[in-house]
Design a binder for this molecule. Structure first.
Ligand code: ADP
Length: 270
């Protein structure tokens, strides 16, 4: 790396990510940011958590390092590792270390997907001391004053095996997210998919009916993200029923009865 090169250049959020707020989340985030409080964003998938963090990083002028967590992820994937190159071994910071060292917001998306032994590496960073021990490198890194840790998780998916341990979750201030109220969601779908408010409102009505199917065993109803996908296909001229079959019905379930119920909802809408 060139001396003086900005190690976070790739993580800067230059253009304002469009975000439509539903409540006071922007103000509450700003309050937490003043104290660099670690934040937990909880809510269903595709309801706008990631877009919100992108928007806040831009608003606060901080780079954003995002990590999509999964069960194969190791602590080294977050923290860093020694790599072999022509000169010998060189240390390469992982995304968490990069953010902590240089002062970015680090967003761990779907943190419960990571194994517990991976998640514990974030604990010392969420203490008042804000330290990150890099055991393999023999370094105790003190986080940059502008470092902030943000994690997301979806309480709807929780099973005993995949829950956020109290010892982890109690380190965070939390913001609860949900699908936006219908008029706000309509606005979002119209904007993101480039469709009319009338079509967006129909898609939102459909989504709300699919969400009610949770009582009938559907794990999760249609997300705002799915509506955006459906809207984009329809805007391109695809038949609305085909668009919804692809982006909603088939994506939401493999169960024949639930699929049939979803199809009926689509056909009642379009
Ligand atoms: P999550 O992180 O909760 O899974 P995302 O933030 O990725 O969800 O949202 C999925 C998509 O839905 C976004 O890419 C965006 O198009 C749209 N979206 C959802 N909520 C909002 C919102 N409040 N403002 C703007 N776009 C939104």
């Amino acid at each position: 790396m060139n001396a003086g090169a900005d190690p976070l250049a790739a993580y800067r959020v230059d253009a304002a990510p469009w975000y439509r707020s539903s409540a006071r989340e922007v103000e509450l985030y700003e309050r937490a940011w003043v104290h660099r409080l670690p934040l937990l964003l909880k809510g269903p998938t595709g309801c706008g958590k990631t877009r919100f963090v992108e928007h806040m990083a831009w608003k606060l002028g901080r780079p954003l390092v995002t990590v999509a967590c999964n069960e194969d992820m190791t602590a080294a994937d977050l923290v860093g590792r020694w790599l072999l190159d022509a000169q010998g071994t060189v240390w390469q910071d992982g995304p968490l270390t990069l953010a902590a060292r240089h002062g970015a917001i680090c967003y761990l998306d779907e943190v419960v997907e990571a194994r517990q032994d991976t998640t514990v590496v974030i604990h010392p960073l969420t203490d008042a001391r804000r330290l990150l021990p890099l055991d393999r490198k023999g370094e105790l890194l003190r986080a940059h004053a502008d470092f902030q840790l943000v994690v997301s998780y979806n309480p709807g998916y929780q099973s005993q095996a995949k829950d956020l341990k109290p010892s982890t979750r109690q380190r965070f201030a939390a913001l609860a997210f949900d699908y936006p109220p219908p008029e706000v969601e309509t606005d979002i779908v119209a904007h993101e998919a480039g469709v009319t408010m009338e079509l967006a409102a129909r898609l939102v009505g459909l989504a709300r009916r699919t969400r009610a199917l949770r009582e009938h065993g559907l794990e999760e109803g249609a997300s705002t993200r799915m509506l955006v996908y459906a809207g984009r296909l329809i805007r391109d001229g695809m038949d609305p029923r085909d668009s919804c079959a692809m982006t909603l019905t088939q994506a939401l379930t493999d169960d024949p009865d639930l699929s049939a119920a979803l199809r009926e909802l689509v056909h009642a809408t379009f």
